[in-house]
Design a protein around this ligand. Structure first.
Ligand SMILES: Cc1ncc(C[n+]2csc(CCOP(=O)(O)OP(=O)(O)O)c2C)c(N)n1
Length: 332
């Protein structure tokens, strides 16, 4: 199914709030990440962070297909998932800076943000590490009859982790409401995925009988339409699915990965940024449909820039947790 076939005039009219919301959410993620990079370069943030810039359409398209009480599990590159599912930037920045107002009282940092209130069961520093959590959540929803769906986000690097196939097997046997969403941004750290991944990736889901599809991860409308179909199907009790989103990270593997030419060219990066940018793609379409104009787009960006700036200021001014709670909320 192509989204173009799906977008009749009536659908556009009904969907206008949805498209504009997705536009705004993608900008929110991009500007959030811009601030994270700034915090890193100003040496205000302890440790590193893995930015989601370039991949915004994946998190936003998929999370828009979910209900607020549906679950997601995330990765080391998790800020985009977190924002798309509804987390608040001020508490996210506070977490990155180790402040008590953060989602994990400052004890988790970038790779451990969890927000149960928005159904976010957590980022995960272990590649493939959230596959079991997502499948367990789907198992519990099925047993409790809550009609919740879980989306398990992971990078293509996790295709090399055995746990993924163990849980796909169980999810298929038990018809669990879970979507395995692979974000293929082409690189596993500094190695092109073709050097680590044999065969046709979709066959890995098909081996377990999962409906397995790929989608242009730079086209938020296509991601949304595909995710919605698979999520609705899972919600009806028709079982799990495997969705591969083809995408690209614009920046380094982490904020410190600046000199990248030994593993990918500047030309390649430039091509993705200029020809396949998910925000520009949606903007062009919104303009063509007369659903927005340059002034409205500028307004959205200005509002969000101000919001992000205020959120960072909140986090910088926020207090650290006291020494008396060093052993609280920490599990081994
Ligand atoms: C089990 C495990 N092995 C190795 C690492 C080190 N590591 C961190 S990120 C990463 C690459 C992940 O690539 P991918 O899953 O494609 O996600 P991306 O970074 O491209 O979003 C690796 C190997 C890890 N965190 N966990």
């Amino acid at each position: 199914m192509t989204i173009a076939a799906d977008v009749t005039k009536a659908n556009v009219e009904q969907g206008v709030d949805l498209w504009l919301r997705m536009y705004r959410k993608m900008w929110m993620i991009r500007l959030f990440e811009e601030q994270v990079n700034e915090l890193y370069t100003r040496a205000l943030m302890p440790g590193l962070a893995h930015l989601y810039v370039g991949e915004e359409a994946v998190a936003v398209g998929i999370c828009e297909a979910l209900r607020p009480n549906d679950y997601i599990t995330s990765t080391h590159r998790g800020h985009g998932h977190c924002v798309a599912k509804g987390a608040s930037p001020d508490r996210m920045f506070a977490e990155l800076l180790g402040k008590a107002a953060g989602y994990c009282r400052g004890k988790g940092g970038s790779m451990h943000i969890a927000d149960p209130a928005t159904g976010n069961l957590g980022a995960n520093a272990i590649v493939g590490g959230s596959a079991g959590i997502a499948t367990g959540a789907a198992f519990s929803s099925k047993k409790l009859g809550t009609e919740q769906v879980t989306v398990c986000f992971f990078g293509e690097g996790a295709l090399g982790q055995g746990v993924l196939y163990e849980v796909m097997n169980l999810a298929a046997l038990w018809k669990l409401p879970v979507i395995y969403a692979c974000e293929n941004n082409l690189y596993t750290e500094y190695t092109h995925f073709s050097e680590t991944t044999a065969g046709d990736v979709l066959e890995r889901g098909r081996a377990f009988g999962l409906p397995s599809e790929s989608v242009d991860g730079q086209d938020v409308r296509a991601v949304y339409a595909t995710a919605k179909r698979l999520v609705d199907r899972a919600r009806k009790g028709e079982g799990p699915a495997f969705l591969v989103c083809d995408t690209y990270r614009y920046t380094g593997h982490h904020v410190g990965d600046i000199a990248r030419e030994y593993y990918r060219s500047r030309e390649e990066e430039q091509k993705w940024k200029t020809e396949r940018d998910p925000i520009k793609n949606l903007e062009t379409w919104l303009l063509a449909q007369k659903l927005g104009d340059a002034a409205a787009f500028a307004r959205v960006q200005n509002e969000l820039r101000a919001e992000m700036k205020a959120a960072v200021e909140f986090a910088i001014a926020a207090p650290y947790p006291g020494p008396e709670e060093v052993d609280q909320d920490v599990y081994a």
